[in-house]
Structure formats: C-alpha cells, structure tokens
Design a protein around this ligand. Sequence first.
Ligand SMILES: Nc1ncnc2c1ncn2[C@@H]1O[C@H](COP(=O)(O)OP(=O)(O)O)[C@@H](O)[C@H]1O
Ligand SMILES: O=C(OP(=O)(O)O)[C@H](O)COP(=O)(O)O
Length: 394
Amino acid sequence: MNKKTIKDVDVKGKTVFCRVDFNVPMQDGKITDDTRIRAALPTIQYLADQGAKVLLASHLGRPKGQVVEELRLTPVAKRLEELLGKKVVKVDEAYGAAVKAEVDKLNNGDILVLENVRFYPGEEKNDPELAKAFAELADLYVNDAFGAAHRAHASTAGIAEYLPSVAGFLMEKEINVLAKALDNPDRPFTAIIGGAKVKDKIGVIENLLERVDNLIIGGGLAYTFVKALGHEIGKSLLEEDKIELAKSFMERAKEKGVRFYMPVDVVVADDFSNDANTKVVDIDSIPADWEALDIGPKTAEIYADVIQQSKLVVWNGPMGVFEMDAFAKGTKAVAESLAKAEHTYTVIGGGDSAAAVEKFGLADKMNHISTGGGASLEFMEGKKLPGVQILEDK
Ligand SMILES: Nc1ncnc2c1ncn2[C@@H]1O[C@H](COP(=O)(O)OP(=O)(O)O)[C@@H](O)[C@H]1O
Ligand SMILES: O=C(OP(=O)(O)O)[C@H](O)COP(=O)(O)O
C-alpha cells in the first residue's frame, strides 16, 4: 500500500481521531460477533502504547441521521474494555463542547469511544461542517475502518481535509492482501463467485476475468449462466436481462484462456424451505417445477480439486442457500476444501462467505477473512475506495 500508516508518524502525546468499523451484529443489546472489534485491536493498542490519546469513532447500523437508543456504542465500548483489559471511557455524543471537555481530561494512552457517528445527518452526506467538528477534537486522523472504506462519509473521508491522515494496521493489511491478489497473484489463481444475484457481481466477474486462471461460479447467480448455455433451470433464480451478459462472460473467459467452472449437478427442491423434498440431478435435468438451491456432490468434488491445485483462492458468495442445512453442503464442501488446502493462500471476501466459514467453525483455517463485505467487493471490482484515497501518500 502506498499510503502512510501510523508507523510513519509520531503519535506520542497527540490526540488521534481513529475511525474504526465497530458495526457489529447485535441481538437484544448483546454483541453476537465481535470479530470487527478484535480486528481493530492492534491499531488501538499500538496508538495507546505509543502514548496517543485515542478517540474511537464508528457507525453502528443505519440510524439515518437520528439517535436510535439501541444503536448506541455503549455495549461496544464495554466489550472493547474487556478485550483490552483496560479502562475505556464512552461519551454519548461524537463532537462538540461536552466531548471536547472529556478529551481534555485524557492522559497519554487513554481511550475514549465517541457515540455512533450516524446519529448525525451530516455523516452520510459527508457534510464539511461535521467533518470539521470531528477534526477539531484531534491532531491526527487514522482510518482503520476497512469495512466502511467504500463510503465517502464525514468520518471516513471528509475529515481528512482538515487533519494529517494515515491508515491503521487493519486497513493496511486488508488493502495489501487484496491488492496483492489482484495485481501480483500467486498462480494458479482461482476466484469463486457465488451468492444470489448476477447483478451484484457483474463488476467483480468482469475485473477478475482479466486476472484469474480459474473462475468458479456457484450460488443462485449460477443459474443465469446455466440458462445461457441453453439448459432449463425450472424455478431456480434467473435474471432474464443478464443472460446475454452471462454469455459474454463465458466468451471472454474462452478468449483469455480462463477456465470457467459451472455446476455439473445440483440439489433441487420442490419448495424454498429446509423441509422441502430434495434430490440431486444433473445440470441438464432440472425438473420444471423445482428450484436448484445448492451445488451437487460431483460439482463440489470438482471445485474442491481446483481449490487444491490453486496457489491463491479468493472467495465471495455462498454456493447455495447455506442458511438452511438442507442446502449448506456445497458451501461447506468449498469451505472445507479451502481449510485443508495447505499450499493455498485463502482469502474470504467478507459478507456471507465470511459468515459461512464462521458457521462451519473453519474461520481460523483461512489465511485472510476480510472484515468488509461491500468494501472488499468494490475493491475487487477495481474501484477506488474513498476511505483509502483520502489518506496521505508515502
Ligand atoms: N441457489 C440459490 N438460490 C437462491 N438463493 C441462493 C442460492 N445460493 C445462494 N443463495 C443466497 O444468496 C445469498 C447471498 O448472496 P449475496 O448477498 O450475493 O452474497 P455475499 O453476501 O456473500 O456477497 C445467501 O443468503 C444465500 O441464501
Ligand atoms: O457492515 C458493513 O458493510 P458489509 O456488511 O458490506 O461488510 C460496513 O460496516 C458498512 O456498513 P454500511 O453498508 O451500512 O455502510
């Protein structure tokens, strides 16, 4: 990464406005997965150890510019305190006189968690007045919120106009892993693209086709490709208006010498439910009234073989409706193959694929699980992330 990081600046005695992505899943006021808090610890710990006064800013959920009691960052600050084993102060606003008064009380190495930045309408509008108000609290801006790096908001982008701005360690790691994969991959390089809609993955498939050796397609989006090959797909997901695009992707793969893998068999169901009747059929035999909700065992075996032979695999999107056990086998087989591939560097592109790997208890077997779903997707599309662009070049 050609951006300055916290290692390139002196932070001792400085007040640092550190944007993190503490947008964690919550249920009944409890954090159900603290991965994102843990992922930010190296930066927070380093800043504190170096003698900075650390202000932590994050969004939580989508409160749309107003205070939503359940979306306060208080439980997050508490969890952070437990993880760090040291006192963390929490304030109920994110800028202004009351916050400034708390900041003035901080000693070097102290940590203060600000309130949910999306309680203010200016945040998502990237309002310069709000950005300035955030900047007035601090001497330095650190962006460690990779998961929100595709958002040009006041605390992820605007603030950098008013303060020296550098990346945190999580941001640096995420960008380095993804950039290495796209620009200088170890080969064979395989991308596995699944999930629900072709529409959401067009940019990623387009960009990856220029870079990979193998492209594996699965999930609901596969059936638009299957249809494009002339097979009947019954009631499986279809985006009629993307059939021509699917054809053009397959043609482009041929031109580029990219091996394009599609399901050869599938699990079909007579209902979109865990207790539906199911059977495994070949890809050219999907019954008219049934829908394909997972890849079949032959397909899973082929995909697993390709994974074992790859040096680098990037995975985005499940192979089937993995939330229901009846249709989780294909996604599980891919996850297990990745877990077992010792000579393969495995990158999980956030979102549902990360959730699937967690669900199967295989997270610690992956080399890199991105903390950003949308952000890693946009990066893999070749888009510039605003939260990175605004940081100072090395
Ligand atoms: N064959 C299928 N039919 C319908 N939905 C599917 C199928 N395969 C996967 N899905 C659904 O796709 C969803 C994930 O899609 P998406 O949001 O595009 O993935 P990601 O979050 O990994 O980018 C999951 O909820 C999953 O149930
Ligand atoms: O959870 C997030 O996105 P993700 O689910 O795509 O990884 C980020 O915190 C960004 O949140 P947002 O999509 O409300 O801007």
